[in-house]
Design a protein. Structure first.
Ligand code: SF4
Length: 395
Protein backbone atom coordinates (compact mmCIF):
# COMPACT_ATOMS: atom_id res chain seq x y z
CA UNK A 1 0.00 0.00 0.00
CA UNK A 2 2.98 2.29 0.45
CA UNK A 3 4.22 1.79 -3.13
CA UNK A 4 4.04 5.18 -4.89
CA UNK A 5 1.38 5.39 -7.60
CA UNK A 6 4.13 6.04 -10.14
CA UNK A 7 5.62 2.62 -9.34
CA UNK A 8 2.36 0.65 -9.37
CA UNK A 9 0.89 -1.34 -12.24
CA UNK A 10 -1.92 0.76 -13.67
CA UNK A 11 -5.19 -1.08 -14.18
CA UNK A 12 -8.06 0.84 -15.78
CA UNK A 13 -11.69 -0.26 -15.79
CA UNK A 14 -13.37 1.12 -18.87
CA UNK A 15 -16.49 0.77 -21.00
CA UNK A 16 -19.74 2.57 -21.73
CA UNK A 17 -21.90 4.23 -19.08
CA UNK A 18 -23.91 1.80 -16.98
CA UNK A 19 -21.92 -1.23 -18.13
CA UNK A 20 -21.27 -2.12 -14.47
CA UNK A 21 -17.72 -0.71 -14.13
CA UNK A 22 -18.16 0.70 -10.63
CA UNK A 23 -19.69 -2.57 -9.39
CA UNK A 24 -16.64 -4.38 -10.79
CA UNK A 25 -14.41 -2.01 -8.82
CA UNK A 26 -16.43 -2.56 -5.63
CA UNK A 27 -16.49 -6.34 -6.04
CA UNK A 28 -12.76 -6.42 -6.75
CA UNK A 29 -12.02 -4.45 -3.58
CA UNK A 30 -14.80 -6.22 -1.68
CA UNK A 31 -16.06 -2.89 -0.38
CA UNK A 32 -17.79 0.24 -1.67
CA UNK A 33 -15.08 2.21 -3.40
CA UNK A 34 -17.16 3.66 -6.24
CA UNK A 35 -20.71 4.98 -6.07
CA UNK A 36 -23.10 2.83 -8.06
CA UNK A 37 -26.57 3.55 -9.36
CA UNK A 38 -28.84 2.66 -12.27
CA UNK A 39 -28.52 6.22 -13.57
CA UNK A 40 -25.99 6.25 -16.43
CA UNK A 41 -22.93 8.46 -15.81
CA UNK A 42 -22.77 8.19 -12.00
CA UNK A 43 -18.95 8.03 -12.08
CA UNK A 44 -17.77 11.46 -13.13
CA UNK A 45 -14.06 11.70 -12.27
CA UNK A 46 -11.71 8.72 -12.31
CA UNK A 47 -11.54 6.95 -8.90
CA UNK A 48 -8.18 5.29 -8.15
CA UNK A 49 -7.48 2.85 -5.31
CA UNK A 50 -4.47 0.69 -4.54
CA UNK A 51 -4.57 -3.07 -4.22
CA UNK A 52 -2.09 -5.96 -4.22
CA UNK A 53 -3.07 -8.28 -7.09
CA UNK A 54 -1.29 -11.64 -7.20
CA UNK A 55 1.70 -11.69 -9.53
CA UNK A 56 1.06 -8.14 -10.65
CA UNK A 57 2.03 -6.88 -7.19
CA UNK A 58 1.01 -3.35 -6.15
CA UNK A 59 -1.63 -2.05 -8.54
CA UNK A 60 -3.46 1.24 -8.88
CA UNK A 61 -6.95 0.40 -10.14
CA UNK A 62 -8.96 3.23 -11.70
CA UNK A 63 -12.69 3.28 -12.30
CA UNK A 64 -13.39 5.71 -15.14
CA UNK A 65 -16.39 7.62 -16.47
CA UNK A 66 -18.26 6.05 -19.41
CA UNK A 67 -16.69 6.49 -22.82
CA UNK A 68 -20.05 7.41 -24.34
CA UNK A 69 -20.36 10.60 -22.28
CA UNK A 70 -21.62 13.59 -24.23
CA UNK A 71 -22.12 17.33 -23.76
CA UNK A 72 -19.39 19.76 -22.73
CA UNK A 73 -18.79 18.27 -19.26
CA UNK A 74 -19.26 14.75 -20.51
CA UNK A 75 -16.61 15.21 -23.19
CA UNK A 76 -14.19 16.51 -20.56
CA UNK A 77 -14.84 13.37 -18.48
CA UNK A 78 -14.40 11.21 -21.56
CA UNK A 79 -11.08 12.98 -22.22
CA UNK A 80 -9.90 12.11 -18.69
CA UNK A 81 -10.95 8.49 -19.14
CA UNK A 82 -9.11 8.25 -22.47
CA UNK A 83 -6.00 9.77 -20.90
CA UNK A 84 -6.01 7.09 -18.18
CA UNK A 85 -6.52 4.46 -20.82
CA UNK A 86 -3.55 5.65 -22.83
CA UNK A 87 -1.16 5.43 -19.92
CA UNK A 88 -2.29 2.23 -18.22
CA UNK A 89 -0.73 -1.24 -18.27
CA UNK A 90 -3.87 -3.40 -18.06
CA UNK A 91 -7.37 -2.65 -19.36
CA UNK A 92 -10.46 -4.28 -17.87
CA UNK A 93 -12.99 -3.68 -20.63
CA UNK A 94 -16.57 -3.93 -19.39
CA UNK A 95 -19.55 -4.48 -21.66
CA UNK A 96 -23.13 -5.50 -20.94
CA UNK A 97 -23.75 -9.02 -22.16
CA UNK A 98 -27.48 -8.44 -22.61
CA UNK A 99 -27.15 -5.51 -25.05
CA UNK A 100 -26.09 -5.29 -28.69
CA UNK A 101 -22.67 -3.96 -29.75
CA UNK A 102 -22.47 -0.18 -29.59
CA UNK A 103 -20.30 1.36 -32.38
CA UNK A 104 -18.58 3.49 -29.71
CA UNK A 105 -17.44 0.47 -27.72
CA UNK A 106 -16.34 -1.29 -30.89
CA UNK A 107 -14.08 1.64 -31.77
CA UNK A 108 -12.73 1.92 -28.18
CA UNK A 109 -11.85 -1.74 -28.11
CA UNK A 110 -10.11 -1.49 -31.51
CA UNK A 111 -8.02 1.34 -30.09
CA UNK A 112 -7.09 -0.68 -27.01
CA UNK A 113 -5.99 -3.54 -29.25
CA UNK A 114 -3.99 -1.15 -31.47
CA UNK A 115 -2.21 0.19 -28.40
CA UNK A 116 -1.27 -3.41 -27.52
CA UNK A 117 -2.60 -3.10 -23.99
CA UNK A 118 -3.08 -6.17 -21.83
CA UNK A 119 -6.83 -6.74 -22.08
CA UNK A 120 -9.36 -8.54 -19.89
CA UNK A 121 -12.83 -8.50 -21.42
CA UNK A 122 -15.80 -8.73 -19.05
CA UNK A 123 -19.39 -9.36 -20.11
CA UNK A 124 -21.63 -8.19 -17.29
CA UNK A 125 -25.28 -9.02 -16.50
CA UNK A 126 -24.65 -12.75 -16.90
CA UNK A 127 -27.94 -13.33 -15.06
CA UNK A 128 -29.84 -11.82 -18.01
CA UNK A 129 -30.38 -13.31 -21.45
CA UNK A 130 -27.22 -12.75 -23.47
CA UNK A 131 -27.28 -10.84 -26.74
CA UNK A 132 -26.05 -13.10 -29.59
CA UNK A 133 -24.36 -10.25 -31.49
CA UNK A 134 -22.47 -9.17 -28.34
CA UNK A 135 -21.50 -12.73 -27.54
CA UNK A 136 -20.12 -13.33 -31.05
CA UNK A 137 -18.12 -10.07 -30.94
CA UNK A 138 -16.77 -10.74 -27.46
CA UNK A 139 -15.83 -14.38 -28.10
CA UNK A 140 -12.63 -13.32 -29.90
CA UNK A 141 -11.38 -11.82 -26.60
CA UNK A 142 -12.10 -14.75 -24.25
CA UNK A 143 -14.66 -12.85 -22.16
CA UNK A 144 -15.38 -13.59 -18.52
CA UNK A 145 -19.08 -13.67 -17.68
CA UNK A 146 -19.73 -11.51 -14.65
CA UNK A 147 -22.69 -11.25 -12.34
CA UNK A 148 -22.16 -8.16 -10.23
CA UNK A 149 -25.05 -9.09 -7.94
CA UNK A 150 -23.91 -12.49 -6.69
CA UNK A 151 -20.20 -12.16 -7.53
CA UNK A 152 -20.09 -14.93 -10.18
CA UNK A 153 -17.04 -14.54 -12.41
CA UNK A 154 -14.83 -12.68 -9.93
CA UNK A 155 -12.80 -15.76 -9.05
CA UNK A 156 -12.00 -16.08 -12.76
CA UNK A 157 -11.22 -12.35 -13.01
CA UNK A 158 -8.71 -12.60 -10.14
CA UNK A 159 -7.16 -15.69 -11.76
CA UNK A 160 -6.86 -13.86 -15.08
CA UNK A 161 -5.29 -10.82 -13.40
CA UNK A 162 -2.87 -13.13 -11.64
CA UNK A 163 -1.69 -14.46 -15.01
CA UNK A 164 -1.09 -11.07 -16.64
CA UNK A 165 2.59 -10.51 -17.27
CA UNK A 166 3.89 -6.96 -17.55
CA UNK A 167 7.16 -7.93 -19.22
CA UNK A 168 8.02 -4.50 -20.52
CA UNK A 169 7.08 -2.66 -17.34
CA UNK A 170 10.54 -2.81 -15.86
CA UNK A 171 11.53 0.69 -14.92
CA UNK A 172 15.19 1.17 -14.08
CA UNK A 173 15.90 2.11 -10.50
CA UNK A 174 17.90 5.35 -10.07
CA UNK A 175 21.39 3.80 -9.81
CA UNK A 176 20.76 0.45 -11.49
CA UNK A 177 23.91 -0.67 -13.32
CA UNK A 178 25.89 2.34 -12.07
CA UNK A 179 27.14 1.08 -8.71
CA UNK A 180 28.25 -2.18 -7.12
CA UNK A 181 27.90 -3.59 -3.64
CA UNK A 182 30.25 -1.78 -1.23
CA UNK A 183 30.51 1.41 -3.33
CA UNK A 184 30.45 4.80 -1.70
CA UNK A 185 28.28 7.55 -3.22
CA UNK A 186 27.80 11.21 -2.28
CA UNK A 187 24.42 12.87 -2.72
CA UNK A 188 24.25 16.66 -2.81
CA UNK A 189 20.85 18.00 -1.83
CA UNK A 190 20.55 21.77 -1.43
CA UNK A 191 18.12 22.79 1.30
CA UNK A 192 16.92 26.09 -0.13
CA UNK A 193 13.58 27.87 -0.33
CA UNK A 194 12.43 25.46 -3.02
CA UNK A 195 13.02 22.42 -0.77
CA UNK A 196 9.87 21.11 0.93
CA UNK A 197 9.77 21.70 4.67
CA UNK A 198 11.02 18.83 6.82
CA UNK A 199 11.58 16.23 4.11
CA UNK A 200 13.59 15.29 1.05
CA UNK A 201 12.03 15.13 -2.41
CA UNK A 202 11.11 11.86 -4.06
CA UNK A 203 14.15 11.46 -6.40
CA UNK A 204 16.50 11.93 -3.42
CA UNK A 205 14.60 9.46 -1.22
CA UNK A 206 14.37 6.88 -4.01
CA UNK A 207 18.08 7.17 -4.75
CA UNK A 208 19.05 6.73 -1.09
CA UNK A 209 16.82 3.67 -0.81
CA UNK A 210 18.22 2.23 -4.06
CA UNK A 211 21.79 2.67 -2.79
CA UNK A 212 20.92 0.98 0.51
CA UNK A 213 19.23 -1.89 -1.34
CA UNK A 214 22.48 -2.34 -3.28
CA UNK A 215 24.56 -2.43 -0.07
CA UNK A 216 26.28 0.86 -0.85
CA UNK A 217 27.26 3.56 1.63
CA UNK A 218 26.06 7.07 1.06
CA UNK A 219 26.84 10.51 2.42
CA UNK A 220 24.14 13.16 2.01
CA UNK A 221 25.37 16.75 2.19
CA UNK A 222 24.25 20.21 1.18
CA UNK A 223 26.35 21.87 -1.55
CA UNK A 224 27.86 24.28 1.00
CA UNK A 225 29.41 21.48 3.09
CA UNK A 226 30.47 19.29 0.17
CA UNK A 227 34.08 20.49 -0.20
CA UNK A 228 34.78 20.36 3.53
CA UNK A 229 33.68 16.70 3.76
CA UNK A 230 35.01 15.63 0.36
CA UNK A 231 38.52 16.79 1.25
CA UNK A 232 38.52 14.64 4.40
CA UNK A 233 37.48 11.43 2.64
CA UNK A 234 39.86 8.50 2.68
CA UNK A 235 38.06 6.85 -0.24
CA UNK A 236 37.10 8.18 -3.66
CA UNK A 237 33.32 8.09 -4.17
CA UNK A 238 32.12 5.94 -7.04
CA UNK A 239 29.74 8.73 -7.96
CA UNK A 240 28.58 12.16 -6.86
CA UNK A 241 24.89 12.81 -7.56
CA UNK A 242 23.74 16.38 -7.19
CA UNK A 243 20.61 18.43 -7.63
CA UNK A 244 21.06 19.87 -11.15
CA UNK A 245 20.70 23.40 -9.83
CA UNK A 246 23.93 22.99 -7.82
CA UNK A 247 25.97 21.64 -10.77
CA UNK A 248 28.34 24.61 -11.06
CA UNK A 249 29.22 24.78 -7.36
CA UNK A 250 29.59 21.00 -7.03
CA UNK A 251 31.75 20.67 -10.16
CA UNK A 252 34.03 23.41 -8.83
CA UNK A 253 34.41 21.74 -5.42
CA UNK A 254 35.36 18.21 -6.49
CA UNK A 255 38.27 16.94 -8.64
CA UNK A 256 37.79 16.93 -12.43
CA UNK A 257 38.09 13.16 -12.63
CA UNK A 258 35.35 12.57 -10.02
CA UNK A 259 32.33 10.94 -11.78
CA UNK A 260 29.42 13.34 -11.43
CA UNK A 261 25.77 13.33 -12.48
CA UNK A 262 22.43 14.67 -11.22
CA UNK A 263 19.15 13.28 -9.91
CA UNK A 264 17.35 14.71 -12.92
CA UNK A 265 19.69 12.94 -15.36
CA UNK A 266 19.23 9.65 -13.48
CA UNK A 267 15.48 10.14 -13.81
CA UNK A 268 15.77 10.95 -17.52
CA UNK A 269 17.37 7.53 -17.93
CA UNK A 270 14.90 5.83 -15.58
CA UNK A 271 11.70 7.21 -17.09
CA UNK A 272 12.36 8.87 -20.40
CA UNK A 273 14.73 8.38 -23.33
CA UNK A 274 18.16 9.66 -22.38
CA UNK A 275 19.60 9.24 -25.91
CA UNK A 276 16.80 11.40 -27.32
CA UNK A 277 17.30 14.02 -24.59
CA UNK A 278 20.99 14.16 -25.52
CA UNK A 279 20.06 14.79 -29.17
CA UNK A 280 17.92 17.64 -27.82
CA UNK A 281 20.87 19.13 -25.93
CA UNK A 282 23.00 18.95 -29.07
CA UNK A 283 20.32 20.97 -30.87
CA UNK A 284 20.30 23.81 -28.31
CA UNK A 285 23.19 25.63 -29.97
CA UNK A 286 21.38 25.65 -33.33
CA UNK A 287 18.23 27.28 -31.92
CA UNK A 288 16.81 29.40 -34.77
CA UNK A 289 15.80 33.05 -34.49
CA UNK A 290 12.47 33.57 -32.70
CA UNK A 291 12.12 29.87 -31.78
CA UNK A 292 9.34 28.84 -29.41
CA UNK A 293 10.48 26.76 -26.45
CA UNK A 294 8.04 24.86 -24.27
CA UNK A 295 8.87 24.09 -20.64
CA UNK A 296 6.81 21.11 -19.48
CA UNK A 297 6.31 19.86 -15.93
CA UNK A 298 4.37 16.89 -14.61
CA UNK A 299 2.95 18.11 -11.33
CA UNK A 300 1.73 21.26 -9.65
CA UNK A 301 4.60 21.79 -7.21
CA UNK A 302 4.80 25.04 -5.27
CA UNK A 303 6.56 27.72 -7.31
CA UNK A 304 9.24 29.94 -5.80
CA UNK A 305 10.32 33.41 -6.90
CA UNK A 306 13.31 32.03 -8.83
CA UNK A 307 11.36 29.00 -10.10
CA UNK A 308 13.46 26.66 -12.22
CA UNK A 309 10.94 26.06 -15.04
CA UNK A 310 9.37 29.47 -15.41
CA UNK A 311 12.26 31.76 -14.42
CA UNK A 312 15.73 30.15 -14.29
CA UNK A 313 15.68 28.05 -17.46
CA UNK A 314 14.18 30.81 -19.67
CA UNK A 315 16.69 33.32 -18.24
CA UNK A 316 19.69 31.05 -18.80
CA UNK A 317 18.54 30.14 -22.31
CA UNK A 318 18.19 33.80 -23.25
CA UNK A 319 21.53 34.71 -21.68
CA UNK A 320 23.55 31.86 -23.10
CA UNK A 321 21.83 30.71 -26.28
CA UNK A 322 19.83 33.55 -27.82
CA UNK A 323 17.75 36.48 -26.63
CA UNK A 324 14.95 36.32 -29.18
CA UNK A 325 13.40 32.96 -28.15
CA UNK A 326 9.85 32.74 -26.78
CA UNK A 327 9.18 30.64 -23.72
CA UNK A 328 5.89 29.02 -22.79
CA UNK A 329 5.04 26.80 -19.83
CA UNK A 330 2.63 23.87 -19.50
CA UNK A 331 1.73 20.88 -17.39
CA UNK A 332 -0.68 19.47 -19.98
CA UNK A 333 0.42 17.56 -23.02
CA UNK A 334 -0.22 19.72 -26.13
CA UNK A 335 -1.69 18.14 -29.25
CA UNK A 336 0.60 16.88 -32.07
CA UNK A 337 -0.35 19.94 -34.12
CA UNK A 338 0.48 22.40 -31.34
CA UNK A 339 3.79 20.64 -30.68
CA UNK A 340 4.98 21.16 -34.25
CA UNK A 341 5.20 24.90 -33.54
CA UNK A 342 7.85 24.42 -30.86
CA UNK A 343 11.54 24.03 -31.57
CA UNK A 344 12.27 22.39 -28.25
CA UNK A 345 10.53 20.95 -25.19
CA UNK A 346 12.47 21.08 -21.91
CA UNK A 347 10.85 18.60 -19.53
CA UNK A 348 11.17 18.28 -15.75
CA UNK A 349 12.51 15.06 -14.20
CA UNK A 350 8.98 13.60 -14.20
CA UNK A 351 9.44 12.01 -10.77
CA UNK A 352 5.68 12.03 -10.08
CA UNK A 353 4.61 10.19 -13.23
CA UNK A 354 5.13 6.60 -14.36
CA UNK A 355 7.69 5.72 -16.99
CA UNK A 356 4.75 4.75 -19.25
CA UNK A 357 3.29 8.27 -19.06
CA UNK A 358 6.71 9.81 -19.62
CA UNK A 359 7.50 7.48 -22.52
CA UNK A 360 4.12 8.33 -24.07
CA UNK A 361 4.90 12.04 -23.82
CA UNK A 362 8.37 11.54 -25.28
CA UNK A 363 7.02 9.45 -28.16
CA UNK A 364 4.41 12.07 -29.10
CA UNK A 365 7.00 14.87 -28.98
CA UNK A 366 9.45 12.81 -31.03
CA UNK A 367 6.76 12.10 -33.66
CA UNK A 368 6.01 15.81 -33.97
CA UNK A 369 9.65 16.47 -34.94
CA UNK A 370 10.23 18.74 -31.94
CA UNK A 371 13.46 18.34 -29.95
CA UNK A 372 13.16 17.31 -26.32
CA UNK A 373 15.59 17.45 -23.44
CA UNK A 374 15.23 17.70 -19.68
CA UNK A 375 16.06 20.10 -16.86
CA UNK A 376 19.11 18.16 -15.65
CA UNK A 377 20.77 17.93 -19.06
CA UNK A 378 20.07 21.56 -19.85
CA UNK A 379 21.44 22.76 -16.49
CA UNK A 380 24.48 20.51 -16.96
CA UNK A 381 25.05 22.02 -20.39
CA UNK A 382 24.71 25.65 -19.30
CA UNK A 383 26.97 25.02 -16.31
CA UNK A 384 29.72 23.47 -18.44
CA UNK A 385 29.35 19.95 -17.01
CA UNK A 386 28.07 18.39 -20.21
CA UNK A 387 29.14 15.74 -21.33
CA UNK A 388 30.78 15.03 -17.96
CA UNK A 389 27.38 14.63 -16.28
CA UNK A 390 26.27 11.83 -18.62
CA UNK A 391 29.56 9.95 -18.76
CA UNK A 392 28.88 7.79 -15.65
CA UNK A 393 25.71 6.53 -17.37
CA UNK A 394 27.50 5.37 -20.53
CA UNK A 395 30.44 3.50 -19.00
S1 SF4 B 1 7.16 15.73 -11.51
FE1 SF4 B 1 8.48 17.27 -12.36
S2 SF4 B 1 7.72 19.22 -11.53
FE2 SF4 B 1 6.87 17.58 -10.25
S3 SF4 B 1 8.37 17.39 -8.56
FE3 SF4 B 1 8.94 15.86 -10.12
S4 SF4 B 1 10.47 16.90 -11.37
FE4 SF4 B 1 9.39 18.50 -10.18
Amino acid sequence: MTTPLAESVRVVITGLRNAGKSSIMNNLFEKNVSIISDVPGTTTDPVTRKIELGNLGPCAVTDTAGLDESGELGLQRKGKSLERLKTCDVVIFVSRGDKGVDPEERSILNNIILQKKKLIFLLTCSDLESNPEKREWADDYYPILINNINGDGFKELRKRLDKVKIEDNHELTPVEGLVNEGDFVILVTPIDLAAPKGRLIMPQVETIRDLLDRDCATLVVKERELKQFYDKLGVKPKLVITDSQAFARVAADIPHDQPLTSFSILFARKKGDLDLFIQGIKAVESTPKGARILVMESCAHHRQADDIGTVKIPRLYKQLVRQDVHFEFTRKMPSDIELKDYYMVIHCGGCMITSNVMKDRVEIIKRSGTYITNYGLFLGWVNGVYPRAIEPLYR
